[in-house]
Design a protein around this ligand. Structure first.
Ligand SMILES: Nc1ncnc2c1ncn2[C@@H]1O[C@H](COP(=O)(O)OP(=O)(O)O)[C@@H](O)[C@H]1O
Ligand SMILES: [Mg+2]
Length: 367
């Protein structure tokens, strides 16, 4: 799968851009604040309908303009798709695939899959569970569009349940009404738990192997952590356990006005040689862990979709040492990659590759 071309109008610092991409490797070189990450952001949006940097679409529109546009042609085998996103200041964004408008961006499956790796991804290791849940949600959604639908539904039900907990109805009244939400929460929540468990199991296996090859033997393990006990249980058992735990916790939830039990509190433990990476891994080790996880995600998309996703590497390639760059280049072979860097990199590893080098300056791209 590859992005054939990309057109931007008033997208962040791009007034007007129209470029053709190489179907294999693309390298964008530019100083800081010239528009490298912005360009990757626009491609990521075509895949997921949202940015990896912000939830506020308005920020994306050029400061001096009222609307922004992204248009991209995507090719997968012999199938071609034309994805367009239009953002306006006072309206929700609109997405079209082959000129047909999607009813809601939440149902976007554009046919484009991407995996992005940027310095911000080190947050996956250093920060709290929210970052890891977000990673899980974005990754699983790309492989399984129904998952995204489940997450949206779950969040809606959770929001209503929490509102009820905070309402000034009588306690017995609230407890009675909770049951309706609990049943719904358990149904959707259990599907989410099962999807996350399957995904993490597979991701853990794949990244264990990749990480071991990248580090000559370090053991990377990923573990799914949930306050709903699911291990070794079937769907029915998880649902029953989840429901009971919600009921048992209802009085506590009433006091705090929030829901304590459920996958919205999930986490993914990342361990190196059986020690939690968050506490001890060096910057370099963290980068390698994230690289292993991202390359595993690439492999999982390939296994699920039959084609490689587009790999976006923002400012990370030149930070890797020679051995890891070499490993990456080997993995590149079959897929389209879009790499950004601030300096002309040591391209010796890339000499023979089919590649195009672009230069970015102040929202303009030269080849
Ligand atoms: N909505 C916007 N309108 C105009 N310029 C913007 C907007 N959002 C970001 N920028 C500009 O984009 C530049 C940053 O681009 P970015 O892609 O992050 O740079 P880098 O090349 O370092 O990755 C900054 O100069 C910033 O002011
Ligand atoms: Mg950048």
């Amino acid at each position: 799968m590859n992005v054939e071309n990309i057109r931007l109008i008033n997208f962040r610092n791009y007034k007007s851009l129209n470029i053709e991409l190489n179907e294999k490797m693309n390298i964008f070189i530019g100083k800081n604040a010239q528009g490298k990450t912005n360009l990757l952001e626009s491609i990521y949006m075509c895949a997921t309908g949202k940015s990896f940097r912000t939830n506020r679409d308005k920020e994306i529109i050029n400061l001096s303009k009222g609307e922004a546009y992204i248009g991209a042609n995507i090719k997968t085998g012999r199938t071609q798709k034309f994805i367009e996103i239009k953002m306006e200041r006072d309206k929700p964004k609109r997405i079209r695939v082959n000129k047909i408008e999607l009813k809601s961006f939440k149902e976007l499956y554009s046919g484009l899959n991407v995996v992005v790796f940027s310095p911000d991804d080190l947050r996956l290791i250093k920060e709290g569970p929210f970052e890891r849940r977000n990673f899980l949600d974005m990754s699983i959604s790309q492989i399984k569009p129904v998952y995204k639908h489940n997450i949206n539904r779950y969040n809606k039900i959770l929001f209503q349940r929490n509102n009820l907990l905070k309402s000034n109805k009588s306690k017995s009244n609230i407890i009675n009404l909770l049951e309706i939400f609990d049943l719904q929460l358990v149904k959707v929540g259990t599907d989410i738990i099962i999807s996350r468990n399957d995904f993490i199991e597979e991701l853990s296996k794949k990244s264990y192997e990749i990480h071991s090859a990248l580090t000559l033997g370090e053991e990377l393990k990923l573990n799914y952590i949930s306050n709903v006990n699911f291990k070794g249980k079937n769907k029915n058992d998880i649902e029953n356990y989840f429901l009971e735990k919600l009921k048992a916790n209802a009085n506590k939830d009433l006091i705090t006005g929030t829901t304590e039990v459920g996958p919205h509190r999930d986490d993914m433990e990342i361990k190196i040689n059986d020690i939690t990476a968050r506490n001890f891994a060096s910057q370099g080790q963290q980068r390698t862990i994230v690289l292993s996880i991202k390359l595993s995600e690439v492999e999982m998309i390939k296994a699920e979709k039959g084609v490689y996703p587009v790999l976006l590497l923002d400012d990370v390639f030149s930070e890797l040492d020679k051995q890891r760059r070499k490993y990456l280049v080997q993995s590149f072979n079959e897929m389209q990659t879009i790499i950004t860097a601030t300096d002309i990199m040591d391209l010796t590893e890339l000499e023979k590759e089919n590649k195009t080098v672009f230069y970015i300056e102040d929202g303009k791209v030269l080849q």
